[in-house]
Design a binder for this molecule. Sequence first.
Ligand code: DLL
Length: 439
Amino acid sequence: MKPSESRIWEPQCECMDRAELEQLQLERLEATLTRVVRHVPFYRRRFEELGFDPDEFRSLEELRKLPFTTKADLRENHPYGLFAVPLRDVVRVHASSGTTGLSTAVGYTRNDMRTWSTLTARVLVAGGVTKEDVVQIGFDYGLFTGAFGLHQGAERLGASVVPVSSADARRQVGIMRDYRTTALVTTPSHALNVADAMIEMGVNPASLSLRHGLFGAEPWSESMRKEIEDKLEIVATDNYGLSEVMGPGVAGECLERSGLHLAEDHFVFEVIDPETLQPLPDGQVGELVITTLTKEAIPVVRYRTRDLTAILPDRCACGRTSRRMARVKGRTDDMLIVKGAKVFPSEIEAVLFEVEGIAPHYQVQVDREAGVDRVTVLVEVSESIFFDEMKRQRKLEETIVKRLAAELGVTVDVKLVGKKTLERSDGKARRVVDRRPRE
Ligand code: DLL
């Protein structure tokens, strides 16, 4: 048996025959649509306007006729306006992290909690975690769904959970060493901070028990994965989710690491063109749209995630039959238009990790001068380079500018800054600082 074959938490669901899965999706979708029409005035109104009757719903394709739900809809109905159950049936409330403004409340019934921990357990198992593992959770415990979500999944599968929360990187290293942590769960940017702290503290990764890293909650690049894996001497997997539909557990990589398996028995996934709003075929990058199939407290229909990805067409070698999505490229609202070209911070990141002599910490600043957007990439460099002669600094700057121009198709400004000048985050990294005046 290949090692990956034994790493499936719920084979009866994750390896389901496709026709059977689609039938299950259809049944669950009908139930969800009936439930929202009955219990959520927002959906009732919208469906009535359309003359849509859930009882006449016959095929998954018909979902495309329904309107999208957006972040603005959630905001207008904050905190409990979109809940389909009374608050007495809600056992937990969390919130989206508010990356792009006000965060919005989400709730879970007892059944939702059960589903959630099952799905995060799937992600953990797919990433190599077993009940023998000691799982260190480095996400912030609070309204953010990351810590509680993965914590519950790890407990569910019987692993030993160390709920450190989003402590400073050195503290994470100390605990990792003392508690013999075998799996680290956090954001990729925090994982890199932990790796750097480990080097500074003179801790040899080979002396630790750490083997797996499950990272998510923010975009990261393949080059960043390599950097983290090399520094921490682990296997790192990517996992994705968003609080509006549940939190972590929506999708996660298996050890094949060729795309994130989608929990299709609990959600319907579509990819649309964010401008025309038309569905895109598998393989094409567009905005991910998610409909919940089993959520009781706050079901959502065609939620526009603003995350850019593609559904991968082929089957994975691991044995799961679920489709996968490509690593998230970024959010539609993170996209910068530089001299007419579309640029994502993750593309900048991928280049930076390949340039020798720079610490891979960066920030993208956007200003507007005389009506034109100006992008400056701040890059941290090692002390030796920063205090080195100007000539060497210039040369490095030029190399980065050239490499970025080759990749992005436009020239952006690059500024080298000293080590640790850029803000470090214990949670999601703030990669873009937008200083353009608000319109
Ligand atoms: O970040 C849920 C989560 C927690 C996922 C822990 C994975 C691990 P929110 O705070 O609501 O929920 O933020 C959701 O974060 O729409 C994406 O833009 C981004 N995001 C989440 N996971 C990834 C990922 C959690 N693996 C928003 N890659 C989403 C890229 C991600 N972006």
